[in-house]
Design a binder for this molecule. Structure first.
Ligand SMILES: [Zn+2]
Length: 72
C-alpha cells in the first residue's frame, strides 16, 4: 500500500485525510485517505483538524470516527 505524505511542506507525517475542492458549490470535502486516492490534496490528521476554508466556503468532513461511526 502506498503511504502518502502530508502536503504541508514542513510536515513529514503520513497523510490520513484526502481533500476535494468543489468550486461549483464552494465546498471542501475531507474524507478518509484510500490507497487509490487520486486527490492532489492530502493532509495528516493534525493538519486536517486545523484546516480552515476560505470565507464563504463550506467544510464537509466525511471521515469516520475512530469507533466506526460517521461524524457528519
Ligand atoms: Zn501535516
Amino acid at each position: 500500500m502506498v503511504m502518502w505524505r502530508c502536503n504541508r511542506p514542513d510536515c513529514s507525517r503520513p497523510a490520513s485525510a484526502s481533500l476535494s475542492y468543489r468550486y461549483d458549490d464552494s465546498s471542501v470535502w475531507v474524507g478518509d485517505l484510500t490507497a487509490d486516492d487520486e486527490s492532489q490534496h492530502r493532509l495528516c490528521a493534525p493538519h486536517a483538524e486545523r484546516l480552515r476554508v476560505p470565507l464563504g466556503w463550506e467544510l464537509i468532513d466525511l471521515r469516520m470516527a475512530p469507533d466506526g461511526v460517521a461524524v457528519a
